[in-house]
Design a protein around this ligand. Structure first.
Ligand SMILES: CC(C)(COP(=O)(O)OP(=O)(O)OC[C@H]1O[C@@H](n2cnc3c(N)ncnc32)[C@H](O)[C@@H]1OP(=O)(O)O)[C@@H](O)C(=O)NCCC(=O)NCCS
Length: 203
């Protein structure tokens, strides 16, 4: 799905263009003023999200979450509709490790009112470009439960490759769950920054 699409963080770059037309979504970092819209969307998306993800659902949880994503090793991005700016989904780049790894781990969810219309596919394309061009990461990972068919289809469509299977990998919905491990590297996409990240060793 990756074409010649520049990365887009709202107000931080040109409008993205997909190979088959203009991109319908933009990315921007989660902010405090998103609280009401975000919590309303989490409320109406409970059936879609359960049992896969548990985003913050109260003002207190939202504030804790926001503080977490102010740290340099985590980034929380919103997938927003280009026209109205309405929030369509969320993608977090977690556990960013620099040095010889230059890797981050993705977590994502659509919101029910706009799910199933391709917005998350477009949003994840932009996240991959942002991660490789702007953050200068080398690799993104996604861990997915084998029964989560919607997530598996999505990540394969973005171009991730299957790397393996890890029993008891993540604690989700009250138990340690087996996960498939999927990943994409910048070399797989052809997106290589002019300069490597300063924490990457020379050799
Ligand atoms: C996984 C999840 C994020 C997918 O979100 P989504 O909104 O369905 O994603 P998309 O709309 O981009 O893609 C879904 C479908 O829309 C289709 N689609 C519809 N219109 C489209 C368009 N204009 N452009 C591209 N795709 C379009 C896609 O082809 C895709 O169909 P397919 O899955 O049958 O191949 C969502 O199901 C979710 O939030 N699940 C719960 C949370 C979760 O599991 N998170 C991941 C944990 S590992």
């Amino acid at each position: 799905m990756l074409g010649t699409v520049p990365p887009v963080i709202e107000n931080d770059g040109p409008q993205a263009v997909r190979p088959d037309g203009p991109c319908r979504v933009t990315l921007r970092p989660l902010a405090g003023h998103d609280q009401d819209e975000f919590l309303d969307l989490v409320g109406v998306s409970a059936d879609l999200h359960r049992p896969w993800v548990s985003p913050p659902s109260t003002p207190r949880e939202f504030r804790t979450y926001l503080t977490r994503y102010e740290q340099p090793d985590e980034e929380s991005l919103l997938v927003c509709l280009g026209g109205t700016g309405a929030i369509a989904g969320m993608v977090n780049i977690n556990s960013i490790i620099r040095g010889r790894f230059q890797s981050g781990s993705l977590a994502y969810a659509a919101f029910a009112p706009t799910a199933g219309q391709g917005y998350m596919s477009e949003g994840l394309d932009l996240v991959v470009r942002h991660a490789f061009e702007r953050l200068r990461l080398h690799r993104l990972e996604a861990q997915i439960q084998p029964e989560n068919h919607a997530s598996l289809k999505l990540i394969e469509r973005i171009g991730f490759r299957y790397e393996g299977y890890s029993p008891d990998f993540l604690f989700i919905d009250g138990a340690w769950r087996d996960h498939e491990r999927w990943a994409i590297t910048n070399t797989m996409t052809g997106i290589v920054p002019a300069e490597p990240h300063p924490t990457q060793p020379e050799r």
